[in-house]
Design a protein around this ligand. Structure first.
Ligand code: MN
Length: 193
């Protein structure tokens, strides 16, 4: 099975003014496509891994008997593929509020705003390229944390719920170095909570 770039359910300009159309187009057709292509290329060498669930593969890859450089490529590009696939889904303008999710967030964090505050701190203060995440851990509790580069919560055995890309390619055209402004504006696109 070849991994494929997911089609978006919306146009590149649908997230304006919070994320501009040019950023969306480059991000989807160049960056995300690049991760997909490189993932397929490394998996060509390991046909037995091609059909494995990608989240499971990211969790298991360190213990597999394959070259270290291939492990790193699978983690970077497989993580890049899954991270971006979720990112596009979370921002889908057709999304509706998930009442069950919101209630669970309120139960653990006290309010949706408290969760957002903690998440924003991670996203804004993440040094260099990476992601901030709201995930569920093995015990189904929420956890907010950051990952470097394209490391994926699946590597850590977590189920990602909401993730923001804080690589500069995600916001630089519109926000330049003003990451905090991008992170705060981004909540306008997250309709599920
Ligand atoms: Mn990205």
């Amino acid at each position: 099975m070849l991994h494929e770039l997911p089609k978006l359910n919306y146009d590149y300009d649908a997230l304006e003014p919070y994320i501009d159309a040019k950023t969306m187009e480059i991000h989807h057709t160049k960056h995300h496509q690049g991760y997909v292509d490189k993932l397929n290329s490394v998996l060509d060498k390991h046909p037995d891994l091609r059909d494995k669930d990608l989240g499971k593969l990211l969790f298991d890859v360190k213990s597999l008997p394959i070259d270290e450089s291939d492990k790193i490529s699978i983690l970077n590009n497989g993580g890049g593929h899954l991270n971006h696939s979720l990112f596009w889904e979370v921002m889908d303008p057709g999304n509706e509020k998930n009442e069950q999710l919101s209630s669970a967030i309120i139960e653990q964090f006290g309010s949706v705003d408290s969760m957002k505050e903690e998440f924003e701190n991670v996203a804004i203060n993440k040094f260099g390229s990476g992601w901030a995440w709201l995930v569920r851990d093995e015990e189904n509790n929420f956890l907010i944390y950051g990952t470097d580069n394209q490391d994926s919560p699946y590597m850590h055995g977590y189920a990602p719920i909401i993730g923001i890309d804080v690589w500069e390619h995600a916001y630089y055209l519109k926000y330049q170095n003003r990451r905090a402004e991008y992170v705060k504006a981004w909540w306008n696109l997250v309709k599920i909570i």
